[in-house]
Structures are given as structure tokens and as C-alpha cells.
Design a protein around this ligand. Structure first.
Ligand SMILES: Cc1cc2nc3c(=O)[nH]c(=O)nc-3n(C[C@H](O)[C@H](O)[C@H](O)COP(=O)(O)OP(=O)(O)OC[C@H]3O[C@@H](n4cnc5c(N)ncnc54)[C@H](O)[C@@H]3O)c2cc1C
Length: 373
């Protein structure tokens, strides 16, 4: 059933079916999330379902074969998927970020090529972060030297979510002392170093990749500056919002069912639980509105979308960690057991603030902007 939007920050009525379809898929993904977390397997089945349902192409403009859906709808869809399986949501966000980036930043032929490959089910990943550059993933420190037909990269990229199934990598390196971006096809000069035995978002398998004499072809170099929004800055706050929603739901469920024998009261009736839950509920709503406002700014192609995305990410990251920590408190020993979703949400909630731009980098940028006359 379609519900009319109540504010411009809600998905428009003609796009609500996408949100409903995402909710259906999320129901499936939630069933598999604990197993993917435990085994740190890639959720390929979920990623295939998203592709088959048309979600990979939906936010590309019509001239590239997409549906040109709004970024407001994207945020709601991503949070819905993240609340069910945040690893799936992270890999999918990185996949869209790399693919859409390549379509928008490439010349006409390559843009058409990458859009067709995406439509055909090929997978994309971002190999941007370097061991040395850390958070400043758009400012590579590794230099690619000129060779026939392109540039040669010797170096490493780390935390490449979903890299083991990627057909194309968006890679950056310094060329003539300036950051340059390439869409490369992985070959045997790339080696995966399996570092990924992480605390949270385990199914993203965000491995380290080494590059030894890898050619970054000139004819795959991104040549265009684009003002088209990229899914990643818009989506990162919604990843944390999805985790926070799941953590709050698990907390409420536990609090409703656990009766404290000395008082005969369910935890949910205790004032300290209600006060703390109210605070986190209101902060989560604020974070969701700020993230949706950022997405709306992106829909307007406003230059304010970028600075707003840092504010939205900062708040959403912090709220997710706080809601998840409250879940551990309310969950007691039961929530601390491995079979409880509460501990999984707590582990997953830490990742958002670490991912670039980290919460501290966001604070540094926002602080500089507001304190500089
Ligand atoms: C789950 C996950 C998935 C990821 N997926 C991808 C991916 O697909 N592709 C990709 O390219 N990267 C990916 N990343 C990498 C990510 O975006 C960051 O680049 C990376 O996590 C930075 O890690 P680091 O150890 O170098 O942190 P550092 O940058 O060394 O940060 C360490 C500490 O220093 C602080 N800090 C760093 N710089 C500053 C600064 N300028 N001002 C103030 N404080 C600062 C940070 O806030 C943090 O507290 C992923 C990371 C995670 C955790």
C-alpha cells in the first residue's frame, strides 16, 4: 500500500514502491545476517537480489539507462537494508559509489561502457584508502609513474569492501603530483592480503590489495569533473542510521520481555530505561532528519550537500554507537552472548565512525568552518 509523503524529506509517492521492495528484501537479508557475520562470508546472494530487483541502476540518470530516483529515496532504501544486514548495505554502497563515480567522471564511451557493465551485473569496488593516507582517501600519497599507454602503480590499497568479487576497481594515485582516478580491471599484478578478521561489518571482507607494476591505463582514466552527487557521502549516514534502528529494535524487544524478579517489572517499565531510550530515540530521529535533509540537498544539486553530509555522518555515527551501547547495558548478560543480536549491533555500530571521513575528521572540518571568520 502506498503512503503519501508527509514531508519533502520523505520518498516521493511514485518512489514509495522502491522502499517497500527494499523492506521485503531486508526481511530476507535479516534472516542471513547473523550467519554472514559469524562466518565473515560475502553476502553475494543478497547483492544478487538487489541487482535483480533493479536497485543497482535505479539512481543513475535516464540517459545512462537508470531510473533517476531521488537521493531521499536512496537514503531510506539504504537504511532499510543496513538495519537488516549492514555488511550487505556497505558493499552495495561502495559498489554504487565506484560504478556511478566511473560513469559520471568518464568520457562518453567509458561512461556508456561502465553503465552497461553495471546493468549487466558486473561488480565494482573502491580501492582508494592507502595504508599511509588513512582517512584522507581522496588525497593519495602513492605516485603512479608514466609508462606506454598509461601509468604504473606500485603500492597498496586497504579496506576494499567486496574486492574479492569486484570486476572493476576505482583506483586513485598521484599523477603529475595531482590525484587521478582510473577504472581498472583487476589482473594478476594485484594480490589480496587477507587481513580482514574484523570486529564488526565482518561480511564486507574489506581486504588489503597490493599493486606490483599495475598499469593504470590512460584510456580508463577519469577525465571529467562532475557535479552529480555520489552515493557514498549521501549514504554513509544512512548506514549508521540503519544499524541504530536495528539496535533500538533489539533493545526494545529485550526490555519488553525481561522481567526483573526483585521488582516484578519488565525492564521496559523502568524509568532509567525509558529515559535513556527516549533520549536515543529523539537523537536517532534528529540524525535521520539531518541525513534526509542532506539527501534532499543532493536532489536539489545544492553545493550545501557536501558540507551537510559531514554533519549528518558525524551525528549518525555517534548516535549508532550510543544506541548500541545502551543496548548492551539493557541487554545485560543475555545481550552479551554471541547468539544475541545486541552484541552484533554493538560491534557493527563502531565501523561507521571509523570509515572515512571518520567522526574526528568530520569534527575537524565542521569545527574549522564554523570557527573561521
Ligand atoms: C568497514 C570498513 C569498510 C571500508 N571500505 C572501504 C572501501 O570500500 N574502500 C576504501 O577505499 N576504503 C574503505 N575503508 C577505509 C576507510 O574509509 C578509511 O580510509 C580507513 O578506515 C582509515 O583507517 P586508518 O586506520 O588509516 O585510520 P586513520 O586515518 O589512521 O585514523 C586513526 C585515528 O586518527 C584520526 N584522524 C585521522 N586523520 C585525522 C585528521 N585529519 N584530523 C583528526 N583526526 C584524524 C581518526 O579519526 C582516527 O581516530 C573502509 C573502512 C572500514 C572500517
Amino acid at each position: 500500500m502506498q503512503t503519501a509523503p508527509v514531508s519533502p524529506l520523505d520518498p516521493p509517492a511514485h518512489e514509495v514502491s522502491w522502499v517497500e521492495q527494499a523492506a521485503e528484501l531486508a526481511g530476507e537479508f535479516a534472516q542471513r545476517a547473523a550467519e554472514f557475520d559469524e562466518t565473515a562470508q560475502l553476502p553475494t546472494v543478497n547483492l544478487r537480489r538487489l541487482h535483480e530487483a533493479g536497485f543497482d541502476m535505479a539512481w543513475l540518470p535516464h540517459n545512462h539507462g537508470g531510473q533517476g530516483l531521488s537521493w531521499v529515496t536512496f537514503g531510506r532504501v539504504l537504511a532499510t537494508i543496513a538495519s537488516a544486514c549492514p555488511s550487505t548495505a556497505t558493499i552495495w554502497l561502495m559498489h554504487l559509489g565506484a560504478a556511478y563515480g566511473l560513469v559520471h567522471m568518464s568520457g562518453e564511451d567509458n561512461a556508456g561502457f561502465f553503465a552497461r557493465e553495471l546493468a549487466g551485473g558486473k561488480r565494482f569496488a573502491n580501492a582508494l584508502s592507502e595504508p599511509t593516507s588513512g582517512n584522507l582517501f581522496l588525497m593519495p600519497l602513492q605516485t603512479a609513474r608514466p609508462t606506454d599507454g598509461g601509468f604504473v602503480l606500485d603500492g597498496a590499497k586497504r579496506f576494499v569492501s567486496g574486492c574479492e568479487i569486484a570486476d572493476y576497481l576505482l583506483v586513485n594515485a598521484l599523477v603529475d603530483d595531482a590525484p587521478a582516478f582510473f577504472g581498472i580491471t583487476p589482473d594478476d599484478t594485484l594480490k589480496l592480503v587477507p587481513i580482514w578478521d574484523s570486529v564488526g561489518l565482518r561480511a564486507t571482507r574489506s581486504q588489503l590489495i597490493t599493486f606490483e607494476g599495475t598499469v593504470l591505463p590512460e584510456d580508463r582514466r577519469c577525465t571529467r569533473f562532475t557535479e552529480e552527487p555520489n552515493p557514498i557521502p549521501i549514504g554513509l549516514p544512512f548506514l549508521s542510521i540503519g544499524v541504530a534502528e536495528a539496535a533500538l529494535a533489539a533493545l526494545r524487544q529485550h526490555a519488553a520481555g525481561r522481567v526483573i524478579p526483585t521488582t516484578g517489572q519488565p525492564l521496559a517499565d523502568m524509568q532509567w530505561v525509558q529515559f535513556a531510550a527516549a533520549t536515543e530515540h529523539v537523537r536517532l530521529r534528529a540524525a535521520t532528519l539531518l541525513a534526509a535533509h542532506t539527501a534532499w540537498l543532493a536532489d536539489q544539486r545544492s553545493p550545501l550537500a557536501n558540507p551537510s553530509s559531514l554533519e549528518a555522518k558525524l551525528l549518525a555515527n555517534e548516535v549508532a554507537k550510543d544506541v548500541a551501547a545502551l543496548g548492551v547495558k539493557v541487554g545485560g548478560g543475555s545481550g552479551y552472548l554471541k547468539n544475541s543480536p545486541i552484541q552484533r549491533h554493538f560491534r557493527d555500530a563502531q565501523a561507521g565512525a571509523l570509515m572515512a571521513y571518520s567522526a574526528e575528521v568530520c569534527q575537524a572540518e565542521i569545527g574549522k568552518a564554523i570557527m573561521t571568520p
